[in-house]
Design a protein around this ligand. Structure first.
Ligand code: GDP
Ligand code: GDP
Length: 433
């Protein structure tokens, strides 16, 4: 899926536009309650073309007085990671020095850029926008993110310039993305996997290669590794920027079947690790969590259990996820990690026969039916797994609108109990029959 980044200095209206682009879908997709969602990353579509949107500004802390250099880094990363860029400026303050810097960086890049002049809330401001020709782009779009005017024209052009989505041929090899915060041990893990001392890094920060998939045949498994390590080694980017690891992760996660989330057990499963975890969940990818550097952790016979419990608490409600305690340094359980990823891959592509599904689930539903609503009873007649890349189940009934989230959660847990879906998000639909 294509990735669109919105860049620009603070307060031009990036997040307002971002929210507008994703909100229609959020309403439909994010029926999952209680899940922390990333406020700066989401999916949108226009004229039937789907794309991911990143609000780069959202990843800068205290974005009111950001240093210019921070913005430059963001823009550099956006150039590296995105397929198209919306460069936002605003008409109230006109062109600023920061706008000019960003424009310079963007003009040098070969990425398609759409210049969006925001806060053109009324016709009288249209003329004021003319000065933005001075930024050196062929044209610009005027819009008002607040009331939505002008966004249609921008989106028409955007979907025109996005690369055509290349349909992957029926791919049989699992695609694993190794992601995590800087210094978690990703490159070391990959080195251990490919059995080479050195990891070849690309010279320029944010260089995107056409394909980030590399085929491996190791430990008797064949898989493609979607890699996020390596490139950063020579980048100018400050290593602990949350923005950095999230940006890096988005594309890799979108291109994988299973995310292998490596984190440093001595630092904990913190907020930044969690936001990567939820990226995979939102994209319905399989997940394996690797608690690395286990050699550094002082242990007794309770430690693994306690640590596991602590991680699962952070993953609520998606807790049916495998956690492997590894030490890349001591080559501990590296094989187990890959084996687990392969299992999760199979869980994700598992198809339950309709007859088996009905024989298993209908008696459970009969014994524990959805609660009656205004004296009306929901009767489930039939269920089936949908032919989607990740497990989706449709339950056909008379009154789907009465089935609420807790009951769906209950059904999901029963499914997980009966059939192994460890590491995989499961979607439940109730539909009218
Ligand atoms: P960001 O820092 O670039 O993400 O900017 P925000 O989206 O947070 O917006 C900054 C301010 O500009 C907020 O007070 C918004 O309400 C306001 N704003 C955003 N879009 C528009 C617009 O189209 N017209 C006007 N008048 N204000 C806007
Ligand atoms: P990346 O940024 O996620 O690719 O992390 P690296 O692979 O570059 O590792 C960061 C640092 O952690 C390096 O100094 C590694 O030697 C060290 N490291 C990686 N795995 C382990 C481990 O299992 N145990 C210990 N003690 N150190 C590790």
């Amino acid at each position: 899926m294509s990735i669109v980044a919105i860049v620009g200095r603070p307060n031009v209206g990036k997040s307002t536009l971002f929210n507008r682009l994703i909100e229609r879908r959020e309403a439909i997709v994010d029926a999952v309650s209680g899940v922390t969602r990333d406020r700066h990353y989401g999916k949108s579509d226009w004229n039937g073309k789907e794309f991911s949107v990143i609000d780069t500004g959202g990843y800068v802390l205290g974005s009111d007085d950001v240093f210019e250099s921070e913005i430059d880094k963001q823009v550099e990363l956006a150039i590296g990671e995105a397929d198209a860029i919306i460069f936002m400026v605003e008409v109230e303050s006109g062109i600023t020095g920061m706008d000019q810097d960003v424009a310079k960086l963007l003009r040098k890049s070969r990425k398609p850029v759409l210049l969006a002049v925001n806060k053109v809330d009324s016709a009288s401001r249209t003329n004021d926008a003319l000065e933005f020709y001075n930024l050196g782009f062929d044209k610009y779009f005027t819009l008002s993110s607040i009331n939505g005017s002008g966004t249609g024209d921008l989106l028409d052009e955007l979907v025109k310039i996005l690369p055509e989505q290349i349909e992957r041929e029926e791919e049989t090899l699992p695609r694993f993305a190794v992601v995590g915060r800087p210094n978690a041990g990703k490159s070391s893990f990959i080195n251990a996997l490919i059995g080479e001392d050195r990891y070849i890094v690309t010279d320029i920060a944010g260089t995107t290669r056409d394909s980030i998939d590399t085929k491996y045949n190791r430990f008797g498994f064949e898989f493609n590794l979607v890699d996020t390590a390596g490139i950063r080694k020579k980048s100018k980017v400050k290593e602990d920027l949350e923005f950095y690891s999230v940006m890096r992760s988005i594309r890799a996660i979108e291109h994988c079947d299973v995310m292998i989330l490596v984190f440093d057990a001595t630092r904990g499963f913190d907020g930044q690790v969690q936001s990567i975890f939820w990226l995979a969940h939102r994209n319905n990818k399989g997940v394996v969590i690797l608690a690395n550097k286990w050699d550094l952790v002082e242990k007794d016979n309770q430690t693994v259990k306690d640590f596991e419990k602590y991680i699962r608490q952070q993953c609520e409600p998606f807790t049916d996820v495998p956690i492997v305690f590894i030490s890349v340094l001591e080559k501990q359980r590296i094989y187990k990690a890959i084996e687990t990823a392969v299992e999760v891959y199979h869980n994700r592509s598992k198809k339950i026969k309709t007859s088996v599904l009905n024989e298993t689930m209908l008696p459970i539903i009969e014994a524990f039916p959805p609660p009656a609503n205004k004296g009306k009873y929901v009767k489930v007649k039939f269920c089936t797994q949908l032919p989607t890349p990740h497990p989706c189940f449709a339950f056909f009934c008379n009154l789907p609108q009465y089935v609420k989230e807790p009951y769906k959660r209950f059904i999901e847990n029963k499914l997980r109990g009966q059939f192994d879906f460890t590491g995989v998000p499961v979607t439940i639909y109730f539909r009218k029959k």
